[in-house]
Design a protein around this ligand. Structure first.
Ligand code: PEP
Length: 255
């Protein structure tokens, strides 16, 4: 039985004051939920203060990136050690905005995922096709490549810790959600790839989130699909009410 995981990606939003308000509100609303792993991923400048608010609560801290070297001349990057210092437990790796706007390659994603695992943190590795790739029937080719390259040289004994986020790029921040059936089809494909790369048991253990315009009113339908284990939420994670409603909705399945 895979435990649902809902993560909020705050992207480049919120000042410290706003972030504290959001973190306090979420702590209040969600303090009694133990059946879902809840993660918030604020920007780097907010990690310390948000971390203090949620310390020892059921809400865990995540970062939006992590470099593969422990330290060095990598201006603008952040190391896993620096993140561990702040009690960060998760790191989003290979988000489509990093791939699209900052030239993130599959090779870099793989190095980051390996470094995050080595440090004892949990990577949330994002995969997903853009609109042109969907329209030209390249979805499965793209996803296969993202999964295989992103997990290169990661052993079976480690891979079960990785969370994969399937985020169709055309659904991120656009208000267009993949239908639950479209999402399920790709989640199922990702699981079949994990079976090929590892084995059936491993494939059934890895958690796969959906991301792309997840809202309180579509979370239950998404979670009702057999291979959807949670959500990576952008816009709707910036508001206490909507993120709390998504977390609470993720507990329910139809049928
Ligand atoms: C995201 O940032 O990963 C995301 C899915 O954004 P949104 O929920 O706003 O589409």
């Amino acid at each position: 039985m895979r435990k649902p995981i809902i993560a909020g990606n705050w992207k480049m939003h919120k000042t410290i004051g706003e972030a504290l308000e959001l973190a306090n509100g979420l702590k209040r609303e969600l303090c009694d939920i133990e059946v879902v792993d809840i993660v918030v991923c604020p920007g780097f400048t907010l990690l310390e203060e948000v971390g203090e608010v949620i310390l020892e609560s059921n809400i865990k801290l995540g970062a939006q990136n992590a470099h593969w070297e422990i330290q060095g001349a990598f201006t603008g990057e952040v190391s896993v050690q620096q993140l561990k210092d702040l009690e960060v437990k998760y790191a989003i790796i290979g988000h489509s905005e990093r791939r699209q706007f900052f030239g993130e390659t599959n090779e870099a994603v793989n190095k980051r995922v390996k470094a995050v695992l080595k440090a004892g943190l949990i990577p949330i590795m994002c995969v997903g096709e853009n609109l042109a790739e969907r329209e030209s029937n390249k979805i499965f080719k793209v996803i296969e490549e993202h999964v295989r390259c992103g997990l290169k040289e990661i052993e079976k004994e480690e891979v079960y810790k990785v969370v994969i986020a399937y985020e169709p790029v055309w659904a991120i921040g656009t208000g267009k959600t993949a239908t639950p059936q479209q999402a399920q089809e790709v989640h199922n494909f990702i699981r079949s790839q994990l079976s090929k790369l590892y084995d059936d048991n491993t494939a059934q253990t890895v958690r796969i989130q959906y991301g792309g315009s997840v809202k309180p009113d579509n979370i239950v339908d998404l979670m009702s699909e057999k291979d959807i284990d949670g959500a990576l939420v952008g816009g709707a994670s910036l508001d206490v009410k909507s993120f709390a409603a998504i977390v609470k909705g993720s507990i329910f399945k139809k049928g």
